[in-house]
Design a protein around this ligand. Structure first.
Ligand code: ACM
Ligand code: ZN
Length: 551
């Protein structure tokens, strides 16, 4: 009889559990979707729950957890506090003595990896590093409700998290966003907002395009004219028409103190900042400030048109390298991370052909045109390798646009493949590390639909962005060299912050799944429903301007 009762009880308990596993949420509206989810039954009540953190959790993680607890308190009306109880938190959890959120350090986990185990009693987060704890917290914020991103108190919301086990880590280590602050200048506050939304979707590299023909945007104390002259232009061409100008002076730059603030804010969001000083082409703004940096001394204005300019730095002059080394020397302590981007794209060599200094350098180096590349292309390799050596001496690696592959490239450089995927395929085959940013999937300066959009290149739909698989067609050896993927936001036709956000959102979300999710986890229908449901509410609550359309 007893055995029979036990059996019945077991069946009664097991049945709803099994049914519950099916009845639970079939998919999460979290973007990027976690790579592994096992659904359970029941819910964890997040409102009013205490955040228990293991002793030893780093300050940045604690700050992110505290921020989440404060938001929960505010929107739910129930107080959530952060506690770092002494003694063994693990044992206390195992013995059922702790209720609420629990953050545990799990050193065996990989960088950026995290897990979340949700039961009716606890929500246990495990990670080895700050990014892991941060991403777990971002996932939890999306799970509880979009209102945690807002300013509205909503005690009617239940703030329940379904019981489940999430095990998650990124597909790619490098998950980037590039922002061109030269073609149009964006204030520090907007750069911060871009970083905030990146972190929400688990991006971790901010490629800051700080110099280009139409504006030099970083204070260099040794060369004040770079910003007093090079940071401003007299006007801007209208749409694609090189004969019409708006006549409005445009410009601005970031002081070194502001750069420090941005880098520090990014660090608090698990984002490394990679500065780009684009050289030796795309240097008109610097040349307008110091004409002698080019192959001749003629004065010039900071350009008001877009395009590729024949006038570049002169690699024949030693003064050019002194200038570049001075600039990098000044910024070395601003950007503490591994990578510096040195551009290298779209550098016409027309003026080098007629420049006595350039030709003398070519001769001295013994550079010769061959079936592979011109002597002038090899001269650009010389510029790249000198800057690479300089930065390596200071403990950094270089990234360059895929043009740096032309001629020959020194070991240790990383190639950013933008002219399609061919550069990335070639470079990875040659053993170079690669970041994929092909124009046909990753250029967010393109408009988001064929019709009804503001002026711009394109279109590039969100669905197309979502469809990108950066490893497609690459063999195993090549795949190992693909560090990751990046969206590029060039700003020729993006005059202000509202427009910037519009071009970024919601395509950034699609990019985040390309960067984070394993191919089998990506699913357009699930993504689109999470996007237009929860993520659109998140954007609204945070006050971002976004393209609020279904497709
Ligand atoms: C580029 O789009 N010129 C890198
Ligand atoms: Zn020259």
């Amino acid at each position: 009889m007893k055995l029979f009762r036990t059996l019945i009880l077991t069946i009664l308990i097991a049945l709803p559990a099994a049914a519950g596993a099916k009845d639970g949420p079939e998919r999460l509206d979290v973007i990027p979707h976690p790579n592994s989810v096992e659904y359970g039954k029941g819910h964890f009540k997040a409102a009013g729950a205490i955040f228990n953190c293991e002793t030893g959790i780093d300050e940045r993680s604690l700050a992110a957890i505290r921020d989440f607890s404060e938001k929960m308190t505010y929107v739910s009306g129930y107080t959530s506090t952060v506690a770092v109880p002494g003694g063994s938190l693990r044992k206390a959890v195992e013995n059922g003595k702790i209720k609420g959120f629990v953050y545990l350090i799990e050193n065996a986990m990989e960088p950026e990896e995290y897990s979340i185990e949700v039961t009716g009693r606890n929500c246990i987060v495990r990670a080895a590093d700050f990014n892991g704890f941060l991403y777990a917290t971002q996932t939890l914020k999306q799970l509880v409700d979009a209102s945690v991103f807002g300013e509205k108190v909503d005690p009617s919301q239940k703030f329940l998290i379904p019981c489940m086990k999430i095990s998650d880590k990124p597909r790619f280590a490098y998950r980037g966003l590039h922002l061109d602050c030269s073609r149009h200048f964006f204030p520090v506050e907007e750069v911060m907002r871009v970083l905030d939304i990146m972190a929400l979707y688990k991006l971790n590299r901010f490629h800051w395009h700080l110099t280009d023909d139409q504006g030099w945007r970083i204070e260099i104390k040794k060369y004040p004219r770079l910003t007093s002259v090079g940071a401003f232009r007299a006007g801007t061409m209208i749409e694609g028409d090189k004969t019409r100008f708006d006549g409005v002076r445009h410009g601005g730059y970031y002081t070194q103190d502001q750069i420090r603030e941005v880098v520090s804010h990014a660090a608090s969001l698990g984002i490394e900042v990679i500065p780009e000083i684009d050289l030796p082409g795309h240097m008109s703004a610097a040349i307008a400030a110091y004409p002698g940096l080019s192959c001749h001394d003629d004065p010039m204005e900071v350009p008001m048109t877009w395009g590729v300019f024949e006038r570049t730095l002169c690699p024949g002059k030693d003064a050019t390298f002194t200038f570049l080394e001075d600039v990098f020397t000044e910024i070395l302590d601003l950007f503490p991370y591994e990578y510096y981007h040195i551009g290298g794209d779209e550098c016409p060599k027309t003026e080098w052909k007629d420049c006595p200094d350039c030709q003398a350098r070519i001769k001295a180096l013994g550079l010769k045109s061959d079936g592979h590349a011109s002597a002038e292309a090899y001269l650009q390799n010389y510029v790249t390798s000198r800057m690479q050596a300089f930065l390596e001496e200071h403990g950094h690696k270089i990234i360059g646009w895929d043009e740096i592959l032309e001629g020959e490239l020194e070991e240790g450089a990383t190639v950013m493949s933008w002219r399609g995927t061919a550069g990335g395929e070639k470079a990875s085959g040659m053993g170079f590390d690669v970041i994929m940013t092909p124009v046909e999937y990753c250029y967010f300066d393109q408009i988001q639909a064929a019709e009804g959009e503001p002026f711009g290149y394109g279109p590039l739909t969100i669905e197309k962005v979502y469809s990108y698989n950066p490893l497609e067609g690459l063999d195993e050896g090549q795949q190992k060299h693909i560090l990751g993927v990046q969206a590029n936001l060039w700003s020729e036709y993006i005059p202000d912050s509202a427009h910037l956000e519009y071009m970024l959102l919601p395509r950034l979300c699609a990019m985040s799944e390309v960067q984070w999710c394993e191919p089998e986890v990506k699913e357009w229908e699930r993504f689109h429903s999470a996007l237009t449901g929860k993520s659109f509410r998140i954007f609204k609550n945070l006050g971002y301007n976004f393209r609020n359309k279904e497709n």
